[in-house]
Design a protein around this ligand. Structure first.
Ligand SMILES: [Zn+2]
Ligand SMILES: [Zn+2]
Length: 197
């Protein structure tokens, strides 16, 4: 993917790194909010839930609008391929299921600044939820590609995401849930599945 072997290595990430990093950061944010800023636990739970919910929307919008940008210029094509196209080409490559932690940490810092300017101290609980939304999304996405379809209710997530990969890349963008696909009308049609397979 990169000509420089060191840069190439940077494009690969072990899934455990971001999961651990963002879980730890979330705990620290919650701790700081409660201990230093004096938030009550119920308020923290609400803020956490709000941030988590916003991440599910963010995740949907990223896959729908950024990761599948039409390749109108070579630069854009390269960008989309690096961000997401490579995952569509090699969905089973487990080292490419999370962005490099350096990049996600920079983005997390940006989100901290944005949310803090919008909501002040509420940022601690809210960002904790947002980052855990990312960690859960990563864990689900990783599981979908690394593990066999489970025999329980979770199998709908496997099914939903495999439609995005193998049948309709312009539908079924939600990974952690099909909720936003329902809201925005990008659910794959049942007949489509049957006729296209
Ligand atoms: Zn995609
Ligand atoms: Zn995938």
């Amino acid at each position: 993917m990169m000509k420089n072997p060191h840069l190439e290595k940077l494009t690969r990430t072990h899934i455990a790194f971001p999961l651990i990093i963002f879980s730890v950061i979330s705990v620290i944010l919650i701790y700081y909010g409660i201990i230093e800023k004096g938030f009550q636990i119920p308020n923290m739970i609400l803020l956490f839930a709000g941030g988590f919910f916003l991440f599910t929307l963010f995740e949907y919008l990223m896959d729908r609008y950024l990761f599948h940008l039409p390749a109108t210029s070579p630069k854009r094509e390269k960008f989309v391929y690096t961000m997401h196209g490579v995952h569509h080409d090699y969905p089973k490559d487990k080292s490419r299921l999370a962005m490099p932690p350096i990049l996600s940490l920079i983005l997390a810092t940006l989100f901290f600044l944005i949310f803090r300017s919008l909501m002040g101290d509420y940022v601690f609980g809210f960002l904790a939820g947002f980052l855990m939304g990312y960690a859960v999304y990563l864990a689900i996405h990783y599981s979908i590609h690394a593990f066999k379809v489970p025999g329980n209710f979770l199998k709908t997530l496997w099914h939903h995401h495999s439609i995005h990969h193998y049948r309709e890349p312009s539908r079924a963008f939600g990974v952690s849930s099909p909720f936003w696909d329902m809201v925005f009308g990008t659910m794959p049609g049942k007949t489509d599945i049957d006729s296209k397979s």
